[in-house]
Design a protein around this ligand. Structure first.
Ligand code: NAD
Length: 371
């Protein structure tokens, strides 16, 4: 067994709280009763569609447990409380959740509300002295992201962004190959991220709540992917926008943006972010000596990936289960993830998004080394 495979198994095993030495084929069968270490007690804020997915996935966590709820809808609290056995004293609404500071039974709050509310809610959670896990995009621009980082630092709490792909086994295997030089000098990355968005009245198409369109929601996967697959920070951005439906996609809500990122080592990323094409979820990385292709690359999985050496076969584990177990290790035991998920990592993506919007507006190449 090669070192790369051992590395991925180690990450995956630790993610489900298993001893390091295991056979990947019995991952689920053996995930029973080994773990008796510290557990991160989490309150979910925003009981919507992704919050529901995270709550379900957390039922299989070893190191993280859903213990609290924050919602503006009393009927949801009633339903979730019964389903997940959450005590009344751990349930809050958006007006009173600052009182969480007096609750010793909650360690962290996972903010899963519309993007435009992330900054305000993160700052309030930090002031209440609780760690924050916040969904992507971390805010609606880099200024908000930096405010969130500063607030969490000042309150001495951790801020992590919900980048679930940073813990996904096939992603990690390819990133490890890239870092080990198995593709040679990286020349090109292609990221395609998109889906056709439905209901025109949803918050994702409301600038105040979303901060933008497809780029904020799905294009960010290509930005983030370009950075971890290439392993460098981009130094320039160019971008072009097209809009086929200006009624549905109003001013400030991008439907389709093509963008290019230039990296200091000479690699270029060429990416597409769109709300106008379904099932667009593909990464391609090309180096002088090899290549990697992932399709789907960032969906809920299973992820499919192959390289010039063949198909990757790492087992699929529910992304949010792995993510929450790993984030518990980061918060409670100061573990270092292989690909960062801290607030500063989120700000890097937000700066690139700001630059992409700027490049679309001005038609000019934006220098990222000055932001
Ligand atoms: P959603 O609309 O299904 O849920 C949003 C929740 O926020 C709802 O429960 C809603 O009641 C609540 N909310 C509070 N204040 C609100 C307001 N003023 N307007 C509207 N809703 C309000 O959305 P979602 O799909 O769960 O997305 C929530 C967040 O999670 C977003 O930031 C999104 O980008 C992120 N997300 C991440 C992933 C991922 O894979 N990491 C996937 C989906 C969504």
């Amino acid at each position: 067994m090669g070192t790369r495979r051992e590395f991925v198994q180690k990450i995956t095993a630790s993610a489900v709280g298993l001893p390091i030495l295991f056979n990947s084929t019995n991952l689920f069968a053996d995930s029973g009763s080994f773990y008796d270490g510290p557990v991160l007690r989490v309150a979910i804020m925003g009981l919507g569609s992704y919050g529901t997915r995270v709550a379900e996935a957390m039922q299989s966590c070893k190191r993280a447990k859903l213990v609290g709820l924050i919602s503006g809808t009393p009927a949801k609290i009633t339903k979730w409380k019964a389903k997940y056995n959450v005590p009344d004293k751990n349930c809050y609404n958006y007006e009173n959740f600052d009182r969480i500071k007096d609750n010793p039974d909650i360690d962290a709050v996972y903010v899963i509300t519309p993007n435009g509310l992330h900054c305000e809610f993160t700052k309030r959670v930090a002031l209440a002295g609780k760690h924050v896990i916040c969904e992507k995009p971390m805010g609606i621009n880099a200024r908000e992201g930096q405010e969130m980082v500063d607030a969490c630092k000042a309150a001495n709490v951790k801020l992590l962004i919900g980048y679930r792909m940073h813990f996904e086994a096939k992603t990690l295997e390819i990133v490890q190959m890239s870092r080990a030089g198995e593709f040679g000098k990286i020349i090109f990355f292609q990221g395609q991220s998109g889906f056709i968005i439905g209901d025109p009245n949803q918050w994702r198409l409301n600038k105040k709540l979303s901060g933008g369109g497809a780029m904020m929601d799905i294009g960010i996967y290509s930005i983030n992917g370009a950075r971890y697959m290439i392993g460098e920070e981009p130094i320039w951005v160019t971008a072009q926008e097209t809009k086929n439906d200006p009624v549905k996609f109003k001013e400030g809500i991008d439907e389709t943006i093509q963008f290019q990122l230039g990296f200091p080592g000479g690699a270029v990323a060429s990416c597409l972010s769109t709300y106008a094409v379904n099932h667009l979820d593909r990464f391609y990385l090309a180096g002088i000596d090899g290549w990697a292709e992932m399709q789907p690359s960032t969906g809920y999985g299973p992820i499919k990936a192959r390289t010039h050496k063949g198909e990757l076969t790492d087992p699929h584990i529910t992304h949010q289960t792995v993510q929450m177990d790993e984030m518990a290790g980061i918060i409670l035991e100061n573990k270092e993830p292989f690909i960062p998920v801290d607030g500063e990592e989120g700000v890097k993506d937000m700066k690139i998004i700001d630059a992409i919007y700027n490049a679309v507006k001005t038609g000019k190449k934006v220098d990222l080394t000055r932001t």
